[in-house]
Each structure stands twice: as C-alpha cells, then as structure tokens.
Design a binder for this molecule. Structure first.
Ligand SMILES: O=C(O)C[C@H](O)C(=O)O
Ligand code: SF4
Length: 520
C-alpha cells in the first residue's frame, strides 16, 4: 500500500470529521429548528448552533473544542496489512493535532499529563474486522466527553425514577430508554442522538450501543419491533420538554437507533450511548492498492449550508431576548460588583466585554487547595478547555473555545467563588444545589453558553493575554482571554432561581406520564 497516500487519506478523514458535520446530522438539526417557535431560548440556541456549524465549515476548524476520544472502525479485505493502517492513522492524528484540527485530548490517567499529540495508551481506539469486499472501510467517530459522561447502563429488572418498575421485556426497555434521555438533561449538549444496545454483557452491550451511532440518522430499522420502538422513543422523548441545552423546548432528541444481541440468562442490560448534537462521524472507502479515498460515507443527498439561513437567524437571536418572558439584555465588564450581579435574573441575556479566565477540572481542584496566580476578585471564570495554536512569534491563538459541562465542578465551585471573590461563572448544563446556595450567599451568577458552539465563541475572543498552569496541558490551563460581546444566558441567579432545577422538575413530571405499559 502507498503509505503516504493512506496517511493523507486518514488526515482528510480526521479533519473532515472534526470540522464538517455530516449531511444526515445537518438535516436532523434543521428539522429540529423548524419546530421551535421564533423568539424562544431554544430557537436562539439552535440559531447559535447552526451558525457555529457553518463557521466551522468556513474556517475548517473544530465544530466543538472537545474533539473527543477518536474511535476508528476498520474493515479490511483478507490480506491487507492492518499494522500499516494503524501507523498511518497515528501519524495523521499527530499532524491533525499540530494543525489545530484536533485538541490534544489524550491524558495519562495516573499522572494527569497530556501527551500533547492525541496518542497514548490505547488511543486512538482502532477496531479491526475483516470482510469479503475488495476495499477498506474506515469510519471515525469523535465523541466528546460531556455526552460520553451521560451514557447509562441499566440492569433489568430495575426501579426507575418517575417510571416505576422496568421488567425484562420490551416495555421495560422502553422505560429505560426514556429515562436515559431524561437523566442526560441538557448536560450532554442536547438535542442529542442515542444509540441503544439491548443484551450482551456490560462491555459488549455498550459496544453495541455505540455501533448504532454508526447507522445513518435516517435509516429504518429492519427489525419490526425495534423500528416501532425507535419511532415511539423519537415521538415521546421529545415530549419531555428538556430542549436544546436543557433550556426547555420542543426538541430533546434528534435520533434514536436501537440494536439487539443475545444475552445470558442472569443478565439483561440496556446500554445507552448518548451523543451531543455535534455528532461527528464520517467514513471513507479506501483503495487497498493506492491508499486513496474512493468514496465518502454519510454524504448522500443535499448538504444543508446553514450560512444561507444566517441572516434570518441573527434576527431570531436578536428578537429572542426581547420576546422571551422576563428577559433583558445586559452588558458586563469585569471587575463586576456584587450589586450588578444581584440585579441579574434567570433569563437575562448577558454580553461580556473585557477579560475572562478559563478554569476547568484541574484548576478547580488546584484552587480549592492553593492560592490563585492572579487576582480573581470580581472576575469571570469560563469553564472551557480550548483548542489553541502558537504562531511563529510565540503568540497564542484560539482555534475553538466552547463551554464544558459545569456540574463536574459542583464540589468546588461555591467555595472557590467565595474564597477569591469570583462573581460569574460561565459553562453549560447548569450546576447543583451547593453552587446555587453559594450564588445567593456570596452574590454570584451562573451563565450558560451554548455547548459545542466552539467557533462562535472563539470569534468573540479578541486576544490571549496570558496563561497559567500550562503544566496541566492546553485544555486544562488557565487562559486569560479578552472578549467582545461574549453572549450567555443567566440560568442560575443570586436569588435562588435555577432554570436547570425547574426543567429537571418539569421533565420528571412529564416522564411520569409514560409509566403505563405501551408494549405488551
Ligand atoms: O471537554 C470539553 O471541552 C467539553 C466536554 O465535551 C463537555 O461536554 O463537557
Ligand atoms: S461540549 Fe457538548 S458538543 Fe462538545 S463534545 Fe462536549 S457534549 Fe459534545
């Protein structure tokens, strides 16, 4: 095989997957958008998402800063050297990381050290199979951490919040799947896609669930029972009212694909793999002699170019703040006073100018035990692990910078805000009761940015003014960012209000409406 060509083909596959959302996924997002009423927070969020998709197209830059855990599925004709394919994939991965198309995402689980090039023990994941056809089929999925953390596995029979008993039958399976969508709330960057695996053991069940994510969003399940179940879930999970980013709304689920395998008598697992709207998976057919791409997969039909809809969307975004009940638009610049914070209410749209500082998992732990390297009094913390590139003069540039899931910082956030005088945190998915209490006590606010909109936010960042904790690796460092009109919504305020708490409560009530048996 021509190794150079194969490496080039793998590079193209990685870059396209990270930057260019597949056509079937675009169509699902477009139809979701058509269902939301203009002027709502859901419509505004979807407008930001579709803007972001088209910006990623234009910039050939990552759709989301979390370029995920790269997983390759490869089928080769008998006689093809699989070691060569592994080698080409690894080299292409290093190149894509150097070029800012992938975030350095591979972290030593024991030392916390980021390898810097996306290689590491067991990474990237490559799964090989042989087949009778005469070409190589290579598929790639880049599934981010926030949605991966919302995967869930049920062992039947079990008792489910809101739904009661789930038994070892089709109706029990139905309940588990509805519950899986409910428990994800907005934290996996809804609206999402789910792959479900019925049967197997714990590991093969999850594998089967993930395998479903390789099906086209538009295919029809050949198994009649599963086809009906998929349709039922699509119709009813969207009645939970969780909506885009968990802000409430008509669309919570964009796709549901279910697979089945046998099990052993004692075990009955239902495994669910949750994928965010930034559903990055593509595939190519490779010529085994030349290493060249013969054909792209998942690219049937027309490509929706969201750029054409941009103008309309901007108008939607602008009217959103005006029409959504009780919302206002406020501009803030750090240092922010307690008085300014106390005037904010859930639903307000905030535009930030000036400085903000990134901080995620490693920094929250560090700050809970140590002093801060800079004065954080009145400042804004952004839960974000960006993709960064250094130019020849040594200056850093932001290539992608959307929010990360905030709930992971729940054990630390309130204490850190009080300890350092931080007034605002920006993230996604919301935080819990401990943070809500601290916001009230201290005078703080939680702002929700649109998860996955990494190009949209990178565009608001005008310069990188400094960095601390580079030893934690690029995603975990504290980047000092100067921003202009960085827009986020107040979803938790200093008066005890939380949109996340409200949506969790109302969606649980709606979930309970699905308690009665449907599939006998
Ligand atoms: O790691 C990130 O930047 C984001 C992550 O995928 C998340 O959803 O929390
Ligand atoms: S931030 Fe959201 S869109 Fe990005 S990988 Fe995480 S879950 Fe997906």
């Amino acid at each position: 095989m021509n190794m150079e060509k194969l490496q080039e083909s793998m590079y193209k596959l990685i870059v396209e997957t990270s930057t260019n959302l597949p056509k079937d996924v675009r169509r699902a997002i477009k139809s979701a958008k058509e269902k939301e009423n203009a002027g709502t927070r859901a419509a505004m969020s979807l407008a930001t998402i579709t803007n972001n998709i088209s910006m990623a197209d234009d910039n050939v830059s990552p759709i989301c800063q979390d370029t995920g855990l790269p997983t390759f599925k490869i089928k080769t004709p008998v006689g093809v050297n699989q070691l060569e394919i592994k080698e080409a994939i690894k080299k292409a991965m290093v190149q894509a990381t150097t070029d800012g198309k992938m975030r350095p995402n591979s972290v030593d689980s024991l030392t916390g050290k980021n390898s810097g090039d996306n290689l590491g023990l067991g990474l990237p994941v490559m799964k090989f199979d042989q087949w009778e056809k005469d070409y190589i089929d290579i598929r790639l999925i880049l599934k981010g951490g926030g949605c991966e953390n919302k995967n869930i596995q049920y062992s039947l029979p079990c008792e489910l919040e809101g739904l009661g008993k789930a038994g070892r039958d089709l109706d029990g399976i139905r309940k588990c799947i509805l519950h899986s969508v409910y428990q994800a709330q907005g934290q996996g960057c809804s609206a999402g896609f789910i792959g479900v695996g019925i049967g197997g053991d714990r590991s093969s069940g999850y594998d089967l669930a993930k395998e479903q994510l390789f099906r086209s969003a538009e295919d029809v399940n050949p198994n009649e029972d599963l086809r009906k179940l998929e349709e039922y879930i699509m119709e009813n999970a969207n009645k939970l009212g969780i909506g885009t980013m968990g802000f409430g709304g008509e669309t919570t689920l964009l796709g549901c694909k279910i697979g089945v395998m046998h099990r052993i008598p004692a075990s009955f697992f239902v495994s669910v793999a949750y994928n965010c709207w930034a559903f990055r998976r593509l595939g190519v057919n490779i010529n085994p002699e030349t290493g060249e791409i013969m054909e792209w997969q998942y690219q049937d039909g027309e490509k929706i170019d969201f750029a054409a809809e941009k103008e309309l969307e901007t108008a939607v975004a602008e009217t959103a703040a005006a029409t959504e009940a009780a919302s206002r638009e406020v501009t803030l610049e750090a240092p922010i006073t307690e008085e300014q914070i106390r005037s904010l209410k859930v639903g307000d749209v905030v535009h930030i100018n000036g400085m903000m500082y990134t901080g995620r998992d490693a920094i929250h732990k560090h700050l809970s035990e140590n002093d801060a390297p800079i004065d954080l009094n009145g400042q804004v913390i952004y839960h974000c692990g960006p993709v960064m590139l250094k130019d020849q003069e040594g200056k850093w540039h932001v290539k992608a910078a959307g929010p990360t899931t905030s709930i992971r910082e729940e054990p630390y956030q309130g204490d850190i805000m009080k300890k350092f005088g931080i007034r605002a945190v920006i993230g996604k998915g919301g935080m819990g009761p401990k943070t809500l209490a601290a916001l009230a006590e201290h005078g703080g606010v939680y702002l929700n940015a649109i998860g996955g909109a990494a190009q949209y936010y990178a565009d608001c960042i005008k310069s990188v003014e400094g960095v601390n904790f580079m030893e934690f690796g690029i995603p975990e460092a504290m980047w000092h960012l100067k921003v202009e009109k960085f827009t986020a919504v107040v979803t938790m305020d200093s008066h005890g209000n939380s949109l996340h708490k409200d949506v969790a409560q109302s969606s649980l009530e709606k979930l309970a409406a699905f308690k009665e048996p449907v599939f006998k």
